[in-house]
Design a protein around this ligand. Structure first.
Ligand code: RM4
Ligand code: MN
Ligand code: MN
Length: 426
């Protein structure tokens, strides 16, 4: 299903006046406060976030899965769904693929469909956390497995993912390892780390020079005693040993409760070691809930570090990759992704509105209350008219979810693809 620009314009016309009033209101206030509104809108327009191919179907938990209907049955249909998201939100123009879930059967056809939809291929994800018919089992690990045969197979898989990505024009490989152990004594902690490092070295050597390696970390799950790469420190230690094209990927759900993620972001940027993000939200662990649904203030604080880190020249904004990594059981995944794209843009916009000069002065003068007020002034603003204006200028819908519902897009997808169509992935 495709949405024409005319249809979107027609939908937008009914709310044009209200939008203009709201935009005038906030613009007046911002100009008064010394902001360049057009500059802000330009930045918001340019900020695009990659969508993961595995978030387009109903997710599931280990207890059950509830289909949503009309799920994309193949890579072509996944691209079509992202095309829809792009038309409505103008907040995403790329997809992050997961191999073997998304191996293209016809590269030329996939490339031309992606071109037609204006979608490019973001970082590729390898998968050595499942068995899918390969020779050696990953039950006891992959890149850090005690058996060399398994490690070699896992390395070869990652190299194959690079080859697939090269054909699609991707420029990055994301590695997430489930490797670890469930019981003390099960594995040699030091050896497992060394094997992982050696395997990663092989993969790194096979990467084209204009590619980057994005290395995730996660404290627990699926292993519950130890995970080989449990935290950003271990990930950056490994990346440093590999070379400067290896950097740390921060998946917001991969932390123990109450971890100060914005500090991790600041520290990584300080060392030019931040590869990018997997956006999602969580209450307890790797819950993969909608970004910003539980801790919007934390998301804002993370963006404050990103904006200040790049403006201060610690790490270039352009060197950071932006991706969503979520998977749902109870929402229409397309609506969920629209919510995520919106809140990420809102958090970014609010971070742009922090009076950084004032904040620095408060910090230098030890004005604790003043510093907090600076952040609150930006966080409490309703920036939705700015984000909407950026979307409208890019050709998107004034209210993407409302338009999606008005057009009954999910029903159309169910009609086309069936009520029990099932997406590959999680
Ligand atoms: C993991 C991790 C990876 C993703 C898989 C599907 O928890 O976050 O990024 O590839 O899930
Ligand atoms: Mn992730
Ligand atoms: Mn995760």
């Amino acid at each position: 299903m495709k949405l024409s620009l005319e249809k979107i314009k027609e939908f937008n016309s009914s709310s044009a006046q209200i939008h203009q009033d709201e935009l005038n209101h906030i613009s007046g206030r911002l100009i008064n406060d010394g902001f360049e509104v057009n500059e802000l809108i330009k930045k918001i327009r340019g900020f695009q976030i990659a969508v993961p191919s595995w978030a387009l179907g109903a997710g599931g938990t280990r207890f059950g899965r509830f289909g949503i209907g009309g799920e994309p049955r193949n890579l072509e249909e996944k691209l079509e769904d992202i095309g829809l998201l792009k038309s409505l939100t103008q907040k995403t123009d790329s997809v992050s693929l997961h191999i073997p879930w998304d191996i293209p059967s016809d590269y030329t056809a996939i490339k031309s469909l992606a071109d037609e939809l204006g979608i490019s291929f973001d970082a590729m994800n390898s998968n050595t956390f499942q068995d899918y018919g390969q020779k050696e089992s990953y039950k006891l690990g992959s890149l850090g497995n005690a058996k060399k045969l398994v490690r070699d197979q896992a390395v070869a898989h990652n190299i194959e993912v690079i080859e697939i990505g090269k054909k699609l024009g991707s420029k990055g490989l994301t590695v997430w390892l489930a490797d670890g152990s469930n019981f003390p004594g099960q594995s040699s902690l030091r050896n497992a780390l060394q094997w992982t490092q050696e395997s990663l070295e092989e993969i790194y050597k096979s990467m084209p020079l204009d590619w980057k390696l994005l290395l995730e970390y996660k404290p627990y799950e699926p292993n519950f005693y130890h995970t080989i790469i449990p935290d950003w420190g271990t990930s950056s230690l490994l990346c440093k040993s590999l070379g400067d094209r290896a950097k740390v990927l921060v998946d917001l759900g991969h932390h123990l409760p109450n971890t100060n993620i914005e500090q991790i972001v600041a520290t990584l940027m300080y060392q030019d070691m931040l590869a990018g993000f997997h956006f999602n939200d969580s209450k307890y662990g790797d819950d993969d809930l909608t970004t910003g649904s539980i801790k919007p203030y934390q998301l804002f604080l993370i963006f404050c570090e990103l904006v200040s880190g790049s403006e201060d020249g610690a790490q270039a904004w352009e060197s950071i990759s932006w991706m969503i990594d979520a998977s749902h059981n109870t929402k229409d995944p397309l609506e969920d992704l629209m919510q995520a794209l919106e809140i990420i843009s809102i958090s970014y916009t609010k971070a742009l509105l922090v009076d950084r000069k004032k904040l620095t002065n408060c910090q230098l003068e030890g004005d604790v209350v003043g510093a907090q007020e600076c952040l609150q002034d930006a966080f409490q603003r309703d920036v939705r008219p700015l984000v909407r204006e950026a979307r409208l200028q890019n050709g998107g819908a004034s209210d993407p979810i409302l338009m999606y519902r008005k057009l009954a897009v999910r029903n159309h997808l169910i009609k086309d693809r069936g009520a029990d169509s099932r997406s590959t992935g999680l």
